[in-house]
Ligand binder design. Sequence first.
Ligand code: PA5
Length: 445
Amino acid sequence: MISLNIEKTLGFISKENVFAYEAQVKAAQEALENGTGKGNDFLGWLHLPSSITKEHLADLKTTAQTLRDNCEVVVVAGIGGSYLGARAVIEALSNSFTWLQDKKTAPVILYAGHNIGEDYLYELTEYLKDKKFGVINISKSGTTTETALAFRLLKKQCEDQRGKDMAKKVIVAITDAQKGAARVTADNEGYKSFIIPDNVGGRFSVLTPVGLLPIAIAGFDIEKLVAGAVAMEKACGKDVPFAENPAAIYAATRNELYKNGKKIEILVNYNPKLHYVSEWWKQLYGESEGKENKGIFPAAVDFSTDLHSMGQWIQEGERTIYETVISVEKTQHSLQVPSDEANLDGLNFLAGKHVDEVNKMAELGTQLAHVDGGVPNMRIVIPALNEESIGGLLYFFEIACGISGYILGVNPFNQPGVEAYKKNMFALLNKPGYEEESKAIQARL
Ligand code: PA5
């Protein structure tokens, strides 16, 4: 089970002031439960974990098996909320090097549709040329340019390379029940498809097929992942007392820090496999809270790597930051530092110690140094990098985000700001229907 410790924020803010949020947290929880707050048509994620049925998981696993049986590589095409959750979980749980090995137990998972890099797409299509590959086309709207562009390339290549019949078997769509190009294509071509519920926004969709299908294809246990999320749904429920509810405390503490001038939250990990959990978290909090000219800026670092690049800024830069550290209690593997007769590197004092003992001391030493340097620290401890812990962590961040956004007073479930760039891009590309915008934007250049 996940635990949260806020002791190292208390030299900067008081426990009394954090606990003073109890009523606001309660109000936020009621608004979420009763659907009376802003964005209340996007609350499908709230009790999603406990509503996932065995039949649904079985359906996902059957499709995953079809792709596992017929593909060496599966390309997940999606962006933002239709991409980051799957990648976060897959990278957190995967062996860092098996994809480089010849003998594989699961298809290699690659990603596309999350950028418009010509070289990226060229190199991907080149790599796929002699591979038996499949594609998951993930788009709630079904019209996102980045994803549609990548899918157009991949669909054609898959059909050309593997034949129409096999392509039908190994291309899957995850999209809206009725509308959007991805739905129409899936229905016309007869692809297996899964639905993204209307009331679940992209950044809250990791426990829908958007995340679950790629995760199952990669070989991870989606039942355990969901079970971990269900456990957190209980642990963070509205009837859990404030002091015992980690999501309530996290939401209250970050709002209190923000009120005290701490405008940037840095999510810290000491395990490179958590890099994409941080990317997922950045979208979740950034898109949910960054509006109406307010919101904590979500940043992330991978330690100890980034201590050698960002460490200076964090230790001595502008004091507008705080850190939330994700600490993993137990490693999956065991590796001890060997003794060395010459001891030229002077590391014999570590001989016989587990590498993780060194990492944990780096973590503790950094926390104390950063607190001394004026950086409040929160600490989230998860038992291990396994399905249960990661499922729990994802739900913990989602529910805390809903509560935190309501405390801040924004609608945490919309993202009006992301349309601005799209409008300009379409105008610049002379998309039909954007004639007026094209003229206006050309005049500005
Ligand atoms: O959270 C969001 O709404 C966005 O990040 C979307 O997930 C992203 O833009 C992809 O949208 P779609 O799934 O419609 O292709």
